[in-house]
Ligand binder design. Structure first.
Ligand SMILES: Cc1cc2nc3c(=O)[nH]c(=O)nc-3n(C[C@H](O)[C@H](O)[C@H](O)COP(=O)(O)O)c2cc1C
Length: 351
C-alpha cells in the first residue's frame, strides 16, 4: 500500500519523537519537576493501606491517576502500536487516548488502526482525539469509531506554524463552543506540549469543557520534531518556546481555574505524577516516555514499569502524609529561585 502524506507524517512523528526520548534530547524550557522539592513529613500518622489513589472525573472513577496520552494510529505501524498500548492499558487498568483520528476520517482504510484499541480493551476508558477545527459531525464520527468515553480536541498553534504545510488560520473558539455544547461525551481541550497561559485558562473557564489538558513543555517537543522532519528548513525556530507543565499548573491556580486539570508534558516517572497532582492536576498522562519504553524494550517491560508506578504511589503518598489527591495538594513544598521568580511575575500579571 502506498502511504499518503499524512500517513508518512505519522510514522515520522513516531520515529523522531521516540528518538528524542531515547537520546535524552528533550529541551528544558523554564521550571522543571526538579524545581519542586517535597518536604519530609516526619509523623504521617497514617498507614500505606489508608491511601486512595482513585480519582473521579467526568463521573468516571479512574483507579489510577495516570494514563497513556494520545500518539498513535493512522498508519500500519502506528496501528500496531495502538493495539499494543491498548493491551498494556487493559492489563494495568489505566485509561488511554488515541492519536488524531482526522486521517481516518479522510482515509477509511486507516479506521482499523484506531478501532484496534477498543477491540483489545473492550471495557477500558478511551479518549478519542481530533484537532480543534473539526466540526461536531467529525467529532461524532471519531467517538463512534472507537466507542470513546471522552474526546480530546487538541490545540497546536506552535506546531502548525513550524510545519511548512501547517495551518495558517486559527479561528477555533466558536467551533470549540459548539462541540462542547453538542458532544455526546465529555470534551477535553488539550495542548500538545507548549503549555497554557493564565489568559487561556480564563477563556477555557468561560467555555466550560469537561477538563483542560494543560500540555506543558519539557517533554516531547513538536517544534524540534517538525524542524527535524523538515531537515531544519522551517521558517521559524521556536525550540525554546512555551510554558512547562509545572509552570502551567501553577499559572492555572493563580488564574483561579475551576475546571478539572490533566497534566501532560515530560512525565517520565511516578515522582513526576505525584508532583503534578500536588500542583493541582486531577489526572496525569504520559506519551513520549511510554512510547519509547515500548519501542526500545517491549510490552511486558512497559507493563512492569507501569505496575511499579502503581505500587509506588501509595508509598509516596504516605511519605508526604497524604491519603488522597486532595491531601497531596495541601502538602508543603519548596520552590527553586527560578520557579519562585516565575510565580511572582505571574501573580503581578494578574489582570
Ligand atoms: C509520536 C507522537 C505522536 C503524537 N500525536 C498526537 C496526536 O495525534 N494528537 C495529540 O493530541 N497529541 C499528540 N501527541 C502529543 C502527546 O499526546 C503529548 O501531548 C505530548 O507528547 C507531550 O507529552 P510527553 O512529553 O509525555 O510526550 C503526540 C506525541 C507523540 C510523541
Amino acid at each position: 500500500m502506498t502511504k499518503s502524506t499524512q500517513t508518512h507524517r505519522k510514522d515520522e512523528h513516531l520515529s523522531l519523537g521516540t528518538n528524542l526520548w531515547r537520546q535524552d534530547q528533550n529541551i528544558n524550557v523554564g521550571a522543571t519537576f526538579e524545581d519542586v522539592r517535597w518536604i519530609p513529613k516526619t509523623f504521617p500518622e497514617m498507614a500505606v493501606r489508608d491511601v486512595d489513589t482513585k480519582t473521579t472525573l467526568f463521573n468516571h472513577q479512574f483507579m489510577w491517576p495516570f494514563y497513556i496520552e494520545a500518539m498513535t494510529g493512522g498508519s500500519e505501524l502506528t496501528g500496531k502500536i495502538n493495539g499494543q498500548l491498548a493491551s498494556v492499558a487493559k492489563t494495568t487498568n489505566i485509561a488511554m487516548a488515541v492519536g488524531s483520528q482526522s486521517i481516518a476520517l479522510k482515509e477509511p482504510d486507516l479506521v482499523e488502526s484506531f478501532k484496534i484499541v477498543r477491540k483489545n480493551n473492550p471495557d477500558g476508558f478511551l479518549f478519542a482525539n481530533l484537532g480543534a477545527d473539526h466540526p461536531i459531525k467529525n467529532v461524532r464520527a471519531a467517538i463512534d469509531m472507537i466507542d470513546a468515553n471522552a474526546i480530546e480536541l487538541h490545540v497546536n498553534v506552535a506546531q502548525e506554524l513550524v510545519m511548512a504545510e501547517g495551518d495558517r488560520e486559527f479561528y477555533w473558539l466558536d467551533n470549540i463552543a459548539d462541540v462542547i455544547a453538542k458532544s455526546p461525551v465529555p470534551v477535553i481541550i488539550k495542548e500538545v506540549g507548549f503549555g497554557m497561559s493564565q489568559s487561556t485558562i480564563k477563556i477555557l473557564n468561560k467555555l466550560q469543557p469537561a477538563a483542560i489538558n494543560i500540555g506543558g513543555a519539557n517533554g516531547t517537543n513538536f517544534a524540534v520534531i517538525e524542524r527535524r522532519r523538515l531537515r531544519h528548513q522551517s521558517t521559524i525556530n521556536i525550540d525554546n518556546f512555551g510554558l512547562s507543565t509545572v509552570e502551567t499548573l501553577i499559572s492555572s491556580h493563580i488564574a483561579n481555574n475551576h475546571l478539572p486539570l490533566i497534566a501532560t508534558g515530560g512525565i517520565k516517572s511516578v515522582n513526576d505524577v505525584v508532583t503534578s497532582l500536588m500542583l493541582g492536576a486531577d489526572l496525569v498522562s504520559s506519551a513520549g516516555y511510554i512510547l519509547n519504553k515500548l519501542m526500545s524494550s517491549n510490552q511486558t517491560l512497559l507493563i512492569e514499569e507501569l505496575e511499579a508506578w502503581q505500587a509506588s504511589l501509595p508509598l509516596l503518598y504516605t511519605l508526604l502524609g497524604a491519603k488522597n489527591k486532595h491531601d497531596l495538594q495541601q502538602t508543603e513544598r519548596l520552590y527553586s529561585d527560578n520557579l519562585s521568580n516565575f510565580i511572582s511575575q505571574q501573580k503581578s500579571n494578574l489582570s
